[in-house]
Design a protein. Structure first.
Length: 370
C-alpha cells in the first residue's frame, strides 16, 4: 500500500538515528521515502549510523552548513518533496508502529491539515529527564481533555504539503511573521552554537607531547587511559579516548578488537600510534610495558598506591559511616571504586593457607579404646 508520504528527519550528529529509521520502516503503513537531512556538521557519525539500515527508501542528504538549525534543514528538505503528505520526525524519536496508518485515517477529513503525536519519554535518569517526563505527561493529558492542540510537535507529525505551502505564502505576504516554511528566526533556533563531539574531543588533546604522542588532558582511569563522554541520544555514553580517536580516523572498530598503542603511552590518542589487535597481543603489550594485568596489590611495584599494612589498617578502623569511603579514597590517593573493594574485601584478598595437622592413622576415640 502506497502512503504518499515523505518522511524528513533533520539531523546533526545522531549516532543512533538508525533506530528512528527502523521505526519508520516497521510502520504498518510505511512512508514512500525517508530523507535524513544532515545540516551543520563535519562529522560522519550520522551517515555511518544511517548506513546500518539498508533500504532503498532511505536517503541521506548532506546540506552542508545552511542557515538555521532544525528549521533550516527542514526547509531545504521540503524542496525535495513531491508527495502530498510530509512526515516530520525528530532524530531521537521511536514512532509507534501504527502511527502513520492512524494519521492517514484522520487525514481523510479534508479540512484537517495535519496530525501530531503524543510523546512519551524513556525511563528518566536524573532530575532534568524527570521534569521532561512530567511535561510529556501534562501535554498528553491536556490534549486528551481538550481534544485540541495549539502547536504541532516536531517529535512526530504528518502535515499536508499544501498546508505548509500556504504557511510559506502567508509569510511572503506578511500575513504571518517569520521567514521560510519553518521560521529560522524562531526562539527554538537561537542559542549558542554547540560544539560537536569531535570538536569537544580535540579540545582536550595536547599535540605537543614527546615522541609524537598526542596526550589526553581529560579524565583518566587508574591505568592512565583517557575517558570521553560522547553526547548521544537518548543518553550520553562514556568511551575510552584512544578508541574514540581511532574510530574518528579509521571508522568503526572490528567487533571484539582491542586498540593497541605502539608508543606504550596509555594517554596517547594519536591515531598514528594506534592499531587494532586481539586479546593476546594486548596482554603481551601490557607486560612489555610493565603493566602486567596478573600483578595485584603490592606486586604492582611502583604503580601500587596501597600496601598490605595500609589495607589492614583501613579494614580494622573502617566504621561504614556516610562519606567514609570517599574520605579514605582521597586520603590514600585511589578511586572510590578501589577503596570500596578494599573495605568490602572484594579487592586485596589475603590468601589463607589452611593449617594441616599430622594425620592420625588410628582413632583414639574408637570404642576399642574404652
Amino acid at each position: 500500500m502506497t502512503s504518499q508520504i515523505t518522511a524528513i528527519i533533520p539531523a546533526v550528529d545522531e549516532p543512533d538515528i538508525d533506530r528512528t529509521i527502523r521505526s519508520l520502516l516497521d510502520q504498518s503503513t510505511v512512508p514512500d521515502r525517508i530523507i535524513v537531512a544532515v545540516n551543520n556538521t563535519s562529522s560522519s557519525v550520522t551517515h555511518q549510523a544511517a548506513a546500518r539500515v539498508q533500504d532503498e527508501r532511505v536517503e541521506v542528504v548532506d546540506l552542508g552548513s545552511i542557515k538555521g538549525k532544525k528549521a533550516g534543514a527542514l526547509n531545504a528538505a521540503l524542496a525535495l518533496v513531491s508527495t502530498p503528505l510530509v512526515m516530520v520526525v525528530d532524530a531521537d524519536t521511536i514512532v509507534s508502529p501504527d502511527f502513520v496508518r492512524q494519521a492517514l485515517e484522520t487525514l481523510r477529513t479534508p479540512d484537517i491539515g495535519a496530525v501530531g503525536g503524543i510523546f512519551f519519554g524513556q525511563s528518566p535518569r536524573g532530575w532534568l529527564q524527570w521534569c521532561q517526563a512530567m511535561e510529556y505527561a501534562r501535554y498528553g493529558q491536556q490534549v486528551e481533555e481538550s481534544r485540541r492542540v495549539m502547536v504541532l510537535t516536531g517529535t512526530a507529525a504528518i502535515i499536508r504539503l499544501q498546508a505548509l505551502n500556504d504557511v510559506h505564502q502567508a509569510r511572503l505576504r506578511g500575513d504571518l511573521p517569520g521567514h521560510g516554511v519553518y521560521d529560522i528566526s524562531a526562539i527554538t533556533e537561537k542559542g549558542r552554537k554547540m560544539k560537536t563531539n569531535e570538536e569537544r574531543f580535540w579540545s582536550k588533546v595536547d599535540k605537543s607531547g614527546d615522541a609524537g604522542c598526542w596526550l589526553w588532558k581529560g579524565r583518566t582511569n587508574e591505568d592512565g587511559y583517557g575517558g570521553f563522554d560522547v553526547a548521544a541520544r537518548p543518553h550520553n555514553k562514556s568511551v575510552l579516548s584512544h578508541r574514540y580517536s581511532y574510530e574518528l580516523a579509521n571508522g568503526p572498530i572490528t567487533e571484539g578488537a582491542y586498540i593497541l598503542h605502539s608508543c606504550n603511552t596509555p594517554a596517547c590518542v594519536n591515531p598514528a600510534h594506534l592499531r587494532e589487535g586481539d586479546q593476546s597481543e594486548n596482554m603481551a603489550d601490557r607486560r612489555k610495558a610493565g603493566r602486567d594485568p596478573d600483578r595485584r596489590g603490592e606486586n604492582q611495584g611502583r604503580r601500587a598506591k596501597l600496601t598490605w599494612e595500609a589495607v589492614r589498617h583501613i579494614r580494622s578502623t573502617y566504621t561504614g559511616a556516610y562519606g567514609e569511603t570517599a574520605r579514605l579514597a582521597r586520603e590514600y590517593g585511589v578511586s572510590k571504586t578501589v577503596m570500596g573493594k578494599v573495605v568490602s574485601g572484594e579487592g586485596w584478598r589475603e590468601e589463607v593457607v589452611p593449617s594441616v595437622s599430622a594425620p592420625s592413622y588410628y582413632d583414639v576415640n574408637a570404642i576399642t579404646e574404652d
